[in-house]
Ligand binder design. Structure first.
Ligand code: C5P
Length: 220
């Protein structure tokens, strides 16, 4: 069984790259951000305060979520698009910073990873969730480039003022993710750093696929 861990800040292109790598290799694709977003959405719907750790822990423990083929089902409802809405994005880093929420989702992520060959994407996959992953990549890109990509992806305006606003939002989320006490966003020393600012998606995907094939060859 081969595990590929792809971590990095918001908007670095992790989802696009991870999905394409999984597709090329015939592995499953797991977006762990979707789990944290699902907890945030369930909290919004139940009126739970994003600073109430105990209440959020039970939301995370009871979470009826299924990740399948890039879609996310929460309580049997397809919430894939809803998870990207601004109200969820605004609180998700606060929700994800609670140690008890992270603990509740940790085993769930490891169980998902044990189901076969996987490409798992998030913030702490190489450092905490799958420290023994066969290939670890830390994807990044300049803040402006990440803001530009987010705007294009979400069909938002791409004028300078809008990009600047988006860049501030992304920077604030990265700061929250990188400075929390438990499992912060870090570039694990054994993860290969790939700055995607000047690379096409295909170039990034090729590099990762080559690294995985090298590992597979060495193991066979
Ligand atoms: O990847 P995405 O932007 O959907 O992640 C949403 C949020 O979920 C991140 O900003 C972070 O706060 C949290 N997250 C995390 N650990 C992960 C994946 C996501 O803390 N492994």
């Amino acid at each position: 069984m081969t595990a590929v861990a792809i971590d990095g800040p918001a908007g670095a292109g992790k989802s696009t790259v991870a999905r394409a790598v999984a597709h090329r290799l015939g592995y499953s694709y797991l977006d762990t951000g979707a789990l944290y977003r699902a907890v945030a959405l369930a909290a919004i719907e139940r009126g739970v305060d994003p600073t109430d750790e105990a209440a959020l822990e039970s939301v995370a423990v009871d979470l009826d979520v299924i990740l399948s083929d890039g879609r996310v089902m929460l309580n049997g409802r397809d919430v894939t698009d809803r998870l990207r809405d601004p109200d969820v994005t605004r609180i998700v880093s606060t929700v994800a910073a609670h140690p008890r929420v992270r603990a509740a989702l940790l085993e769930r992520q490891r169980t998902l990873a044990r189901s076969g060959d996987v490409v798992m994407e998030g913030r702490d996959i190489g450092s905490t969730v799958l420290p023994d992953a066969d290939v670890k990549v830390f994807l990044t890109a300049s803040e402006t480039e990440r803001a530009r990509r987010r705007a294009e992806q979400a069909g938002l305006p791409t004028d300078e003022a809008s990009i600047e606003r988006l860049r501030d939002e992304i920077a604030a989320r990265d700061r929250a993710d990188a400075t929390r006490d438990v499992s912060p966003l870090i570039h694990a020393p054994d993860a290969t750093l790939v700055d995607t600012s000047e690379l096409t998606v295909d170039e990034v995907v090729d590099r990762i696929v080559d690294a995985v094939r090298a590992v597979e060859r060495a193991a066979s």
